[in-house]
Ligand binder design. Sequence first.
Ligand SMILES: [Zn+2]
Ligand SMILES: [Zn+2]
Ligand SMILES: [Zn+2]
Ligand SMILES: [Zn+2]
Length: 111
Amino acid sequence: MTGKTCPNCKAELKGKYWCSHCKAVFKCPLPGCETDITKPGAKDCPRCGLFFEDYLSQRKMYRCCPKCKKKQGLSEQQCRSCRHWFNCPTCGDKIPANTLLTCPRCGTGLR
Ligand SMILES: [Zn+2]
Ligand SMILES: [Zn+2]
Ligand SMILES: [Zn+2]
Ligand SMILES: [Zn+2]
């Protein structure tokens, strides 16, 4: 017994990444990312973009486009349907908003 309980549903936690009872994610389960998920009920990782629902149920590594909501492979840098950039093609930084026309870090044009 770990003694840790889920802050969401109070079930006992079996792992450090997510609650198997209510599916709340606390830490991104992607190897090498493991970002702490501070936003309760987050559907994807703020750092790598992993869409938790499909990973938890079938270990599928998808990301969900914030703009058109289409799911695609996590390795994609740009949405295949609406051409929204997930990550900057130059510096690799995550693009935080879908209205940005340039990368806030290096200034690369995103269109
Ligand atoms: Zn829970
Ligand atoms: Zn992540
Ligand atoms: Zn899209
Ligand atoms: Zn950049």
